[in-house]
Design a protein around this ligand. Structure first.
Ligand code: SF4
Ligand code: SF4
Length: 78
């Protein structure tokens, strides 16, 4: 059952990725700048500054692994 739920969650992410034309995006207004997405990104595509309250992503190096999507405690991605 847990496996089934995980598969459904993955499919939802894939669908959202398709709808966003393959680009990871997030809800800028609700981000707490916790840096978890930045820390989990394997290619350092995300840069977060707590001090300046900045969040940015380099779409050219993002490999669409969706680790950041899974890690965000606020579920802000897409
Ligand atoms: S999808 Fe993967 S590679 Fe792209 S920003 Fe998120 S963690 Fe990094
Ligand atoms: S994990 Fe979510 S809340 Fe934390 S910095 Fe990234 S987008 Fe913002």
């Amino acid at each position: 059952m847990a496996n089934f739920k995980r598969k459904i969650a993955q499919l939802k992410v894939l669908r959202k990725l398709f709808e966003s034309r393959g680009q990871i995006s997030y809800n800028r207004n609700k981000c707490t700048h916790c840096t978890l997405c930045e820390k989990t990104c394997p290619v350092n595509a995300i840069t977060v500054s707590r001090k300046d309250k900045n969040w940015s992503i380099d779409h050219n190096i993002c490999v669409r692994c969706t680790h950041c999507v899974a890690k965000c405690p606020k579920k802000l991605f897409f």
